[in-house]
Design a protein around this ligand. Structure first.
Ligand code: KIV
Ligand code: ZN
Length: 414
């Protein structure tokens, strides 16, 4: 199937709502407007801008995003109570494409321990809130909080009732990150069979067991056509499914997953960095797709492969996600070919014997320092006092074999 013939998965970004609920991640209305502009550039389909009843700042943040950002749908969250639905509508009504997002828990644990209501009351409250929202706004989403720990037959009853009441999207959250991919597939298949094709099913997975992205992809396989996620995977506790990981999994493995998104992937890295700057929390270096090390290679064998053909160790190119170019980091595990590539990038083409001298000096430094940066490397090259000229690797692999080159027969040290 050609890429454009594949169904598009709607990307529902909840960085500004579930993401900001994480301790230390709250955002001012101005922060939200700035990030929402970047999310629009990224091409997300829906921005959940906040939970208007929660505070005056939250209300103002949603209203400001609704006024400023015109292409994506702007969603506002509401509990299944009349004041929340009214506040959500008041905050989002100026959006070009508003959505009210109503939620109520459906697991027996939440019903008895938290809400102290019966299953019948749960259905009645869900239906009443959805009806109230539908009377205000044509686009209404209902979320069955803690869906993955809910009785499946009851969850199907709730889904059927809110669909009948007019919800156009039904979200089945793994609120506490408890589910395994097979649980998710079973749940989505059952609810899809019950509500039929007129309703969009949505996934919303938390990452407590590190399975949020895998579970979101399982939901897509079982019929979900919307995924809720956050940039950098921020969110309650261990966070939400990371938007950049879901999008690139679909981009790289769309042939197998049989779907696509409308995301402009080259905006992923800029969006990740914009968020990190706003909340003043750095991105972990090994974060998939957007971390500093996502396209960095230190091991000699990997550097050798990368110089010969980047496909050997990269399944996507940094430019496809807007990240800075691949980095060959010079550290204790690097080899001659990586060193040669770094020297050339700095405009120095060294003879083989000079490159070997430089390599020895580099190892003296990396025995106690983590890596050699470009400034230090230029200093080392200057100290060599070498004439420079033709290079060690004009014919790939022909002139020099080092211990980090897999074509080498010498001793190994990686
Ligand atoms: O995790 C969750 O269940 C939620 C809902 C409010 C959608 O964030
Ligand atoms: Zn959540």
């Amino acid at each position: 199937m050609g890429t454009s013939a594949r169904p598009a998965i709607r990307i529902f970004d909840t960085t500004l709502r579930d993401g900001e609920q994480a301790p230390g991640f709250s955002m001012s209305p101005a922060d939200k407007v700035r990030l929402a502009g970047q999310l629009e550039k990224l091409g997300v389909d829906i921005i959940e801008a906040g939970f208007p009843i929660a505070s005056a700042a939250d209300f103002e943040g949603v209203a400001a995003v609704a006024r400023a950002v015109r292409t994506p749908v702007i969603a506002a969250l509401a509990r299944a109570v009349p004041e929340d639905v009214t506040a959500a509508w008041d905050a989002v009504r100026q959006a070009a494409r508003p959505r009210i997002h109503v939620f109520l828990a459906t697991s027996d644990l939440h019903l008895s321990a938290k809400l102290r209501i019966t299953r019948e009351e749960c259905i009645a409250r869900s239906v009443a809130a959805v009806r109230q929202a539908v009377a205000l706004c044509p686009d209404v989403e209902f979320s069955a909080e803690d869906a993955t720990r809910s009785d499946l037959a009851f969850l199907c009853d709730v889904a059927a009732a809110v669909a009948e009441a007019g919800a156009t999207t039904i979200n089945l959250p793994d609120t506490v990150g408890y589910a395994l991919p097979d649980d998710i597939r079973r749940m989505f298949s059952a609810v899809a069979a019950r509500v039929g094709p007129g309703v969009t099913l949505s996934s919303h997975c938390h990452n407590d067991l590190g399975l949020a992205v895998a579970n979101s992809l399982a939901a897509i396989e079982a019929g979900a056509r919307q995924v809720e996620c956050t940039m950098n995977g921020i969110g309650e506790r261990a966070g939400n499914a990371a938007l950049e990981e879901i999008v690139m999994a679909i981009d790289v493995r769309g042939d197998t997953l049989g779907c696509r998104t409308r995301i402009h992937t080259e905006e992923l890295y800029p969006t990740s960095r914009a968020l990190s700057a706003v909340v003043a929390v750095p991105v972990q270096p090994n974060k998939a797709i957007v971390g500093d090390n996502a396209f960095a290679h230190e091991a000699g064998i990997h550097q050798d492969g990368m110089v010969k053909n980047p496909l050997t160790y990269e399944i996507m190119r940094p430019e496809s996600v807007g990240a800075p170019a691949t980095k060959l980091v010079l550290g204790r595990h690097s080899g001659l070919r990586g060193l040669d590539a770094r020297c050339r990038a700095l405009g120095h083409r060294l003879r083989v014997e000079d490159l070997r001298r430089l390599y020895t000096k580099m190892l003296e430094i990396t025995d106690y320092a983590k890596s050699v940066d470009d400034t230090e490397l230029v200093g080392l090259i200057r100290d060599l006092d070498a004439p420079g000229l033709d290079t060690a690797f004009d014919a790939v692999g022909a002139s020099v074999r080092d211990s980090h080159d897999e074509t080498s027969t010498g001793h190994t040290r990686w």
